[in-house]
Design a protein around this ligand. Structure first.
Ligand SMILES: Nc1nc2c(c(=O)[nH]1)N[C@H]1C(S)=C(S)[C@@H](COP(=O)(O)O)O[C@H]1N2
Ligand SMILES: [Mo]
Length: 319
């Protein structure tokens, strides 16, 4: 673990809260040894992101209207400080994540919809409109980045399926393959990683499915080959390496809210005035320059999303 002084003087426990939250449970369960052993099991020459057939489709035209003007985070900074707990509890999971075979990659769309389907990712990409948008990303751990994602509106996938009237939520599920993702052997966690949005959130213009970053195919550490981007919410909502989308009537249980409902809720909308139970959310550290900037309500995207929550005042919207 890297130890360095933070300009705003938080303790180490406060700057890596998600990982520590998991680690505490792992140690309680006495699993530390088993996971290290599993890390080298069952690897077989997978396809790498470098061979990604998407390479010919990029770069895509930029959506200037939905791009922010903040200075871009250097690619190397964003690409080397990642949360992807399937591959490790530290921020340095690049090498481990390369074990994930990203082709072939099937995507299932099912549940309460008129046209459930299963599709290969490259066939899906022929049916959607790729664009680039520069987005802010704010982790609940109080670091942030500004990166150009390439992808398509989640609303496009929703429209292909045609949700039924009873469908209220979209549940999204990450791959499950402990042979390549050793931390998925830790059975007391609710793997696979699951996230969810209301249908109104999922069809908002900001909800995005990214297949690339910095004009290139998505590297594994950022969630190749397909990851959610919800820039007005804390980063843990943006589930990586998705394989399944299900239309459901009831609010789905999600990975983090199952582990710690009082710290990581379903809504997770960014709000500097609502502290996490263990630390302030007022400021954030930009990766790369390490600048401290003030966190903004809805991560600065209120114009697009504040209206989604007008009638939900009784919910814990900011945790
Ligand atoms: N499947 C999966 N998706 C995930 C995570 C994870 O551990 N597993 N971590 C989340 C968290 S906490 C954050 S902040 C972002 C980090 O995205 P990045 O590494 O591309 O910056 O991914 C989110 N998506
Ligand atoms: Mo995060």
């Amino acid at each position: 673990m890297i130890r360095r002084r933070r300009s705003w003087n938080l303790s180490e426990a406060e700057v890596t809260p998600e990982a520590l939250f998991l680690d505490r449970r792992r140690l309680l369960a006495g699993l530390a040894g088993g996971i290290a052993g599993a890390a080298f099991a069952g690897l077989s020459g997978p396809a790498r992101a470098a061979e990604d057939p998407l390479a010919g489709l990029l770069p895509a035209a930029r959506n200037a209207g939905l791009s922010v003007a903040d200075p871009l985070t250097p690619e190397a900074a964003a690409g080397s400080y990642n949360n992807f707990y399937e591959f490790g509890f530290s921020k340095s999971i690049v090498a481990a994540s390369k074990k994930l075979p990203v082709r072939p990659w099937r995507i299932v769309v099912d549940g309460l919809c008129d046209t459930p389907f299963e599709i290969d990712i490259d066939d899906l990409l022929k049916k959607v409109t790729l664009e680039e948008r520069i987005c802010r990303h704010r982790c609940v751990e109080a670091w942030s980045m500004v990166v150009p994602w390439t992808g398509f509106k989640l609303a496009e996938l929703v429209a292909m399926a045609g949700p039924k009237a009873e469908a209220k939520y979209l549940r999204m599920e990450t791959f499950l393959n402990p042979k390549v993702a050793p931390y998925q052997s830790a059975a007391q966690y609710p793997w696979p990683y699951v996230e969810g949005l209301t249908l109104a959130e999922a069809t908002n213009e900001l909800a995005f499915l990214a297949v690339g970053i910095y004009g290139k195919p998505m590297p594994t550490q950022h969630g190749a080959p397909l990851r959610l981007v919800t820039p007005w919410k804390y980063g843990f909502k943006s589930a990586k390496s998705l394989v399944k989308f299900s239309f459901v009537a009831k609010r789905p249980e999600t990975f983090w809210s199952a582990l710690g409902p009082s710290e990581y809720g379903f809504w997770a909308n960014v709000n500097p005035d609502v502290a996490h139970p263990r630390w302030s959310q007022k400021m954030e550290r930009r990766l790369g320059p390490e600048d401290m900037v003030a966190t903004r309500i809805w991560n600065g995207y209120g114009e697009q999303v504040a209206g989604l929550y007008k009638d939900l005042a009784r919910e814990k919207l900011y945790m």
